[in-house]
Design a binder for this molecule. Structure first.
Ligand SMILES: *Cc1c(COP(=O)(O)O)cnc(C)c1O
Length: 389
């Protein structure tokens, strides 16, 4: 334990006084009309597939994001799975996925019997590095009658999942250009990025279809849940159909016209979400203030950088992150341990997905940046309730 380790943890303490702890990494804020709406839902008896709350939540999200269609689901992972199917991912395809993301991003590819193909991230947004991707595809891919094909494996590269990592918007113009050049479908994983903007437009509107999460640790929670976002009416219709067991419209019997999924969000969860959505602008303000407080607290400490938003966009600051200088990487675990003992629950970044046992043999480009930043990142307590408004 060095003096610098102690100094870093004490700076976290300037933002989060030790008295109120322990402070979790991301605790939900339940201080709106959650009780009222959940009670309303219970009183109505429509707690599951029917009732008004699911439609209401979908409308609120559509209005906030500025998108034409929203389909609520049981989880962000389910939303990603169906998004990817609707983007055309099929058995034996490859789907480009950043290695620096939560495991659900790659799992959704596996659920389609497709193969994750891991790509690197950049330092400005922690999202997919567009320049590196363009150079890599130039080297390994051909456009063969409209289909992008991996020359090394012979498999089609069907889609790219862009993740707006920790709430920071990825560089969508550059990524869209790469996808257009190669005929690759673009799906956005906006699980962490409700309230984040790329050049003034809410994220999730650049790809054909996008997936949000309302898990308990996200900026807005429904307990567990997610949503598919799209501006395309036909994709929205298919999303609704596939997530509701592909029920055929038929009055007197249960009939289904393909293998669908029981991925519909229950009304109870949606009721909670409606109350949370009402508070979203306040939550965003609080999270921005918290992030500014961390940046002020670390001013003048050169060995540590507090992540900020990319120049081209606006982050929801879902997660606050400090990045240690290369020389300090070996202290990372000591710093997290000391922080934990002081009541500040800190976490490292996810283990890069290409190092997980089920993905160890998947195709990949050089992943130097993700490996390097993973070794130096620490995520700090980031719930909106940590800052008093
Ligand atoms: C949370 C998350 C998901 C999955 O959402 P769940 O609602 O937990 O299924 C997917 N991708 C990323 C980047 C996430 O952070």
């Amino acid at each position: 334990m060095t003096d610098l380790d102690k100094e870093i943890v004490s700076r976290v303490g300037r933002v989060l006084p030790p008295a109120g702890g322990p402070y979790g990494l991301h605790e939900p804020t339940i201080d709106g009309r959650e009780w009222d709406y959940v009670k309303e839902c219970l009183d109505s008896g429509w707690v599951s597939a029917a009732g008004a709350h699911v439609g209401k939540l979908e409308e609120m999200v559509a209005e906030f994001v500025g998108t034409a269609h929203v389909v609520a689901t049981v989880s962000g992972t389910a939303a990603l799975h169906v998004s990817l199917l609707l983007a055309g991912a099929e058995s034996g395809d490859e789907v480009l996925v950043p290695t620096l993301t939560y495991v659900a991003t790659a799992n959704s590819v596996s659920y389609c019997a497709a193969i994750p193909h891991f790509v690197d991230s950049d330092g400005e947004s922690l999202g997919v590095d567009a320049k590196k991707l363009a150079a890599y595809l130039e080297e390994i891919a051909d456009l063969d009658s409209g289909v992008c094909r991996n020359r090394r494996t012979g498999r089609p590269i069907r889609a790219l999942i862009v993740v707006h990592c920790l709430g920071h918007p990825a560089d969508m113009d550059e990524l869209t250009a790469v996808c257009d050049t190669y005929g690759i479908a673009l799906v956005e994983d906006v699980a962490e990025a409700l309230g984040s903007y790329y050049r003034g437009a809410h994220v999730g509107r650049h790809g054909q279809v996008s997936a949000l999460s309302f898990n308990g640790n996200k900026i807005v929670t429904t307990g567990g849940g997610g949503a598919i976002i799209t501006d395309d009416a036909e994709i929205a219709r298919r999303a609704k159909h596939l997530t509701t067991t592909a029920r055929a419209v038929q009055r007197w019997e249960h009939a289904h016209d393909e293998v669908g999924f029981n991925y519909r969000m229950p009304a109870l969860n949606a009721a909670l979400g409606c109350a949370q959505m009402e508070r979203l602008s306040d939550l965003l303000t609080a999270k921005r203030q918290l992030s500014e407080a961390y940046r002020r607290a670390f001013e003048g400490l050169n060995a540590v950088t507090v992540m900020t938003e990319p120049s081209y966009g606006r982050s929801n600051f879902w997660m606050n992150t400090i990045v240690l200088d290369a020389g300090l990487a070996s202290e990372r675990d000591q710093i997290m341990k000391l922080a934990g003992e002081s009541g500040y629950v800190c976490w490292p970044a996810w283990r890069p997905l290409h190092r997980l046992p089920m993905y160890i043999d998947c195709p990949r480009m050089g992943l130097d940046y993700a490996e390097d930043i993973k070794a130096r990142m620490i995520n700090l307590p980031s719930g909106a309730g940590l800052i008093s408004q």
